[in-house]
Design a binder for this molecule. Structure first.
Ligand SMILES: [Zn+2]
Length: 213
């Protein structure tokens, strides 16, 4: 007990240089770095909160319910119909927006119910469920709806189906026929850079794109 030193006596005497100046300046530097990171995060958060939000694996509570085709996809769908019409090709949009229930019913086809398997995805896993995809088929001169990839109704030497796909791609669609695993030839979609996972979490593409008419 006798050799116990009160705390203040352990301090260096006033006027003398501090024993560990490096530790102190390191501390200050760390604080500056921390402050800088905080400022950076705040700046990013306020400017690009949507992009940052998309990285966070939480489901947005205010996720807007989707009940129809995205307005841009709707516009591009109409453009596709008129553009291929100019080439002498008539198409029918067989499917566009699909509810989760409709998707599940489709998934059951060939599994729970009769018929061939038409989809590999359940409700909420398809771009159709977010109004970002359409399916098309060709219409012959007689009005018959066909899914013939080689049909050349306009007699220009190239398959109408591929001609439609070409126009669709120019309009910004991606094609299910390019998929590696399950090829979905009638399927055209616009994901706007959103993954299914992000859409499931409630993130939604803008209703309109800047510089878009
Ligand atoms: Zn489809």
């Amino acid at each position: 007990m006798a050799d116990y030193q009160p705390l203040h006596q352990q301090r260096p005497p006033a006027g003398l240089p501090h024993k560990r100046p490096t530790s102190r300046s390191r501390k200050i530097r760390n604080w500056i770095i921390l402050l800088f990171i905080l400022l950076l995060v705040t700046a990013l958060w306020s400017n690009r909160s949507e992009q940052l939000e998309r990285l966070i694996p939480f489901i947005k509570k205010d996720a807007p319910q989707i009940t129809e085709l995205h307005p841009i996809v709707q516009l591009k769908k109409e453009e596709l119909i008129t553009e291929v019409e100019k080439l002498g090709i008539s198409i029918l949009i067989t499917d566009d927006f699909r509810s989760h229930e409709e998707q599940n019913a489709l998934y059951d086809k060939g599994r729970e119910s009769e018929g061939p398997i038409v989809t590999h995805v359940r409700g909420g896993e398809s771009y159709h469920n977010y109004g970002l995809a359409i399916d098309f088929a060709l219409k012959t001169k007689k009005g018959k709806v066909i899914w013939d990839l080689e049909y050349d109704g306009n007699k220009n030497g190239s398959a109408d189906w591929i001609e439609v796909v070409k126009v669709a791609k120019q309009l910004g669609f991606s094609w299910g026929g390019d998929w590696k695993n399950f090829k979905d030839y009638p399927h055209l979609q616009m994901d706007f850079g959103y993954s299914i996972r992000e859409l499931q979490r409630g993130h939604r593409p803008e209703e309109s794109i800047e510089n878009e008419e």
